[in-house]
Design a protein around this ligand. Sequence first.
Ligand code: SF4
Ligand code: MSK
Length: 645
Amino acid sequence: MSATKPQPPESSSLTIGADAKAMIERARDEGVTTVWDRLRAQLPQCGYCSMGVSCTNCSMGPCRIDPFGEGPQRGVCGADADIIVARNLGRAIAAGASAHSDHGRDILEVFAATAEEETTGYEIRDEAKLRGLAEELGVATDGRSNQEIARDVAEAMMEDFGTRKDAIAMLDRVPETRRELWQQLGITPRGIDRENVEMLHRTHMGVDNDYTNILLHGLRASLSDGWGGSLVATELSDVMFGTPQPLMSKVNLGVLDEAQVNIALHGHNPLLSDVIVQAAQDEELVALAKEKGAAGINLVGLCCTGNELQMRRGIPMAGNHLMQELIIMTGALDAMVVDYQCIMPSVTDVAKCFHTEVISTADKAKFPGATHISFDPHRGLEVGREIVRRGIMAYGNRNPDRVRLTGEPVEMMAGFSVEAILGALGGTPQPLVDAIVAGKIRGAVGVVGCNNPKVKQDYAHVTLTRRLIENDILVLVTGCSAVANGKAGQMVPEAAEMAGDGLREVCQALGIPPVLHMGSCVDNTRIIVLAAALANHLGVDVSQLPLAGAAPEWYSEKAISIGAYVVASGISTVLGVQPPIFGSLNVVKLLAEDLDGVVGAKFAVEPDPERAAVWIRKHLEAKRKGLGLPAYDLETIKVEEPAHA
Ligand code: SF4
Ligand code: MSK
């Protein structure tokens, strides 16, 4: 008698998106493997690795510690669970911080080349922001051209990547109390590259064997990301591509247009995608698309390259992390242009089942099976044109019988840079402060981060956000969380109807949604910059404010770095997916309890978004109380039953 093969779970248990469900089912019908199938094939995942107690740092290993105390308690070198967990976490922070900071360096190099007039397709679009940055960095502006200023700004920022300083430059935005605290703790970031290199050094066998010391350096490395590399990326992208202002856009797979050449821009870096937007408007290329039978060229975004384009140019967003395979399953995607980060190697496999051409563009991120067109900023616009031309040619291979589109896109508002938020408030944070003091807004929460196939796609983002806004908490979103909330219709001004009375009144007065799109993953810097501005305005430390962070569906090392710099900046953060630290109760205690006494903020882990919302509400009310503001007593609050579980 043969055993019955277990059936895969219903698509409705994997995602809340109708577009995603339809494409998961199509993939199953056609025998195309997706991320959810590969996760199932991996189960059960390694318990040692899940708890962070396996180590491959040297060839005396690999080693693992038995978390139940029966097997080995030391690696071959003598490292115990605390050291191994802390080293693994430290390396993950360094990897995430490096990814963001290398992205920042790439933008900086093109900015520097643009200042030398050596690029095509780039210019200084936000002169006020350039001059503001110059003043912050001590670069003279009087009587100087943008080009001259940009050269010196680039030079000053490049110094932040090296080791010649005691502190990186943009820390001056941080409240003085917090800078002093970092100084006392020895975690002031000195150089962006330096802190990450030092983390790799410390976690080599036989260097730093004190888990607290390793993790304090982890905070330092993460601060070099949040107040360094990522901030360089955000600020210079604004200078070159424009500082975002509120605008309307659309989201979900419905943004694909059967009548047009569809090109998806996927990854994280706006450098190439911005010139592709310019190239797609080129009359010759539009004419070529028409000659091939298309009505035009339709650019859509995926992940954070998509967020960058949506924030500044209103380019429609096709989806977040877990949609990257499913967009190909529509049969209507002609080209997927990728830069780097969060691009699954599997996209080229799925593309083989259709006519889609995957085009890789970064020499540091090649994908076997993709066409590689090396991005060279010196001829940026030409490269952009070449890529769009390839997309048009691929359209010619599209099989209309294989196209399955999935319903209408949803409207969403994007473009809430710090400048735009302050602008909406009349140039000062005071109206926001007044609303918080009056209790109309209880506080603000950054709900950020990825999708993870271990979580029903978008459910945790949308549920947590909904509960927060219902309870008068303003939500700031970036990355895949912004896309999830956009798809759920929570990011249009009309969504104010979903909010509690106080938040609704404020949003309706300003004409804004209760959930504000602040950008891509590197743009989490906008959230901490706003928090610092609020703290400076009130003359308090960030940790005293009724703020919190949440990453309900995180997966990436970058998210670990973001969480670490948010906490080190004084904002407690809830993670929805368990990090690999539970093999060391000492590390868990340090991060979830003791850190509060050190940096005034800590981590929590709560997979249930209903419970996470309650945790956050209690936290915000406690912070309100600390500031002498009217606060609710939420101790008896009941957790609502999950609506979609
Ligand atoms: Fe094992 Fe120590 Fe080498 Fe890690 S560093 S693999 S614990 S011997
Ligand atoms: S894309 S890092 S899956 S947010 Fe920035 Fe989304 Fe996370 Fe990538």
